[in-house]
Every structure is written in C-alpha cells, then in structure tokens.
Design a protein around this ligand. Structure first.
Ligand SMILES: [Zn+2]
Length: 333
C-alpha cells in the first residue's frame, strides 16, 4: 500500500479519537488533550500559558510560541520523530494494516473511498463550525440583555472604591454591584454587549458568554482628537490627562486594538486618531508597540508611547505615567 493512501486511512480511523491517541502513544495528560482548557503549559516547548488543544477530530492545537498543527505534528514535536514515524505509530495503535492490493483497480477503488471519506469529514467540520457560530451568537445576545438588566439595577460607583483610589480615578459615571465596578462594553453602533467587572483587588472579568471581540469602553464626546488604547485604566488616565476634552476608546486588550481602531474611525471619520500604546519594555518583543503599529496601519492612525519608567518591571502604560506624574493632581490641572 502506498504510504499516502496508508496515511489517509490512518487519518480516517483516527478522526475524533485524538484525545485517546495522544495520551496512549505520546504520554500527553488528560488536560493537554482537552479542547475546553485554554492557555495551558505547552507539552512541546514548555511555554507556561500559551498552548490550547483545539479538537479531538484532527488533534489540532495552537501554541503561541512553537506554532500550530494537527495530531501528527504534536506527536512529532513531543517525541522528536519524523512524519512517517508518527503516522506509523498511530497506525499501529489503531491496528491499521498496510495492505497490498491485488490489482490497480482495487487500489483506485480504495483511493476513491478515502477521498470521499475525507470530504465527508470536512463537511462535518464545516457544519459543526457553523452550528457553533450560531450558538455563540445566541449566547452573546443573551449576555447583552443581561448586561442591560444589571446596569439598570446597579448603583453609582462609590468614589472610595479601592481600585479607583489606587488608580487615582474619580468614579466617572460607572456603576457598582456589591464590591465590583461595572464597566459597560459596547461594539458597532455603540450597542451595549458586555460588562467588565473589576474587583477591589483589580481582578477583571466579563459576563459568561459575553462578546469579547471588537468591544470597547468609550470616554468623552466627539472631538477632533481620538485616542485608542488597550485597557480601561489606561483610557481613563488619558482622558483625565487631557482634561476630559478628547474622546478615548479602551479596547479591552491587545488583540482588540485593530478592531476597535476601525470602529473608532467609522464613528469619528473627521478626527485624528492616535493609538496610545503600552510600552512593554519588559518583554523580549515589545508586544504593546507591535500591536499598536498594526492597529495604526489598519486605521491610518499615529502611535504614541509613554516614556519607559525604569523602576517598573512590568513595562509602562499611560496609567503608570499618570500616577508617576501626580495622579489626582495631574488630572485636576
Ligand atoms: Zn509550544
């Protein structure tokens, strides 16, 4: 049996069983083959928070350090072997015989059957992805309704809230529920879709199943100058440092900078846009600056960077800059 055909047969039989295969052949743990666990230690490169196993169908995984691939690629990395060895290992585990064909017609029939099987699997994957997208959309719509209900019932934020005091912010027009600050998050059309909760200790989390992509919190009214930054505290600091005379979008994370910059451009077509980057000098690659440059290119914006504060081992953002320059006193200037 030609190797390519053998590989296809192994793939066919392995479909949907990669969690077991990877545990049995390569010693991966239960958690390392669980698609519901994200940002785990990588079994290949040792990165401690960058690996996610995506699917038991093909063994697909993603690591932000050593790359992505399917189950064979994972075996090759973990065991340090080649593709042929990985296929043979899985083939032996599944008991796939290497057949010889009596004639060319038999071989071609098997080839055709495997192609059809491959197409059927592809279709199944696409269908599952479509269904997952519909379900995600439904859950996000429910979370948006819930967000509106929570904000309606919540009280205005207490100016003495430990997080506000620590960051030296007024309560703006935030709401509070128990000890948690509520930061409303919006998306296209300024539609409310989620709420960022901030605890007294500064821990942050959104609503379960709430939309995270392309969401923002906006400060200020329309202005000629518009800033876009990563975090809510950075946005609040920029807004105060500019005497509340500008509009600021907090993109709620690096990954959202480009999407939110495009929304900001759409909502403020005549304004000058600036991406206020985090200066991640503590990292080997300055991720804050890189993501800001990408967003700036997409939205036709300029980039500004806070000067690095040497004593800060976690890099510098405009919130650190605000506090280092007087905090409340700076905002009141
Ligand atoms: Zn890795």
């Amino acid at each position: 049996m030609r190797f390519q055909l053998y590989t296809e047969k192994v793939k066919e039989l392995a479909f949907g069983k990669w969690d077991l295969i990877l545990q049995e052949t390569s010693g991966l743990t239960d958690d390392e083959v669980n698609p519901r666990k994200n940002n785990m230690p990588c079994p290949c490169c040792g990165g401690h928070d960058r690996y996610s196993f995506m699917s038991v169908d093909d063994g697909n995984y993603i690591c932000r350090q050593c790359g992505a691939g399917d189950g064979f690629s994972l075996i090759m990395k973990v065991l340090g072997c080649g593709f042929v060895e990985a296929v043979e290992l899985v083939g032996r585990y599944l008991g796939v015989e290497r057949q010889t064909y009596r004639c060319q017609a038999d071989f071609l029939r098997e080839q055709e059957r495997l192609i059809e099987s491959l197409e059927a699997r592809q279709l199944k994957r696409e269908q599952a992805a479509k269904e997952a997208a519909v379900e995600k959309h439904r859950q996000q719509a429910l979370a948006a309704q819930k967000a509106a209900g929570i904000l309606k019932m919540a009280l205005p934020a207490n100016p003495e809230h430990p997080y506000l005091k620590r960051k030296q912010f007024p309560p703006f027009n935030l709401k509070q529920r128990g000890s948690r600050l509520l930061v409303p998050l919006y998306t296209h059309g300024h539609n409310l879709v989620n709420i960022e909760h901030i605890t007294s200790k500064g821990e942050k989390f959104g609503l379960k199943c709430g939309q995270r992509e392309g969401v923002y919190h906006r400060f200020g009214s329309p202005s000629w100058t518009v800033y876009i930054c990563e975090g809510w505290a950075t946005g609040a600091s920029l807004f105060l440092m500019e005497q509340q005379s500008i509009r600021v979008y907090a993109a709620m994370g690096k990954g959202n900078l480009t999407a939110v910059s495009l929304i900001a451009k759409e909502q403020n077509p005549d304004s000058r846009l600036f991406i206020a980057a985090d200066n991640d000098t503590h990292l080997l690659t300055n991720l804050g600056l890189n993501d800001a440059l990408k967003a700036a290119e997409a939205a036709g914006a300029a980039v500004m960077l806070p000067p690095a504060i040497d004593s800060d081992s976690k890099g510098t953002d405009f919130s650190d800059f605000y506090i280092a320059n007087g905090g409340y006193a700076y905002g009141a200037q």
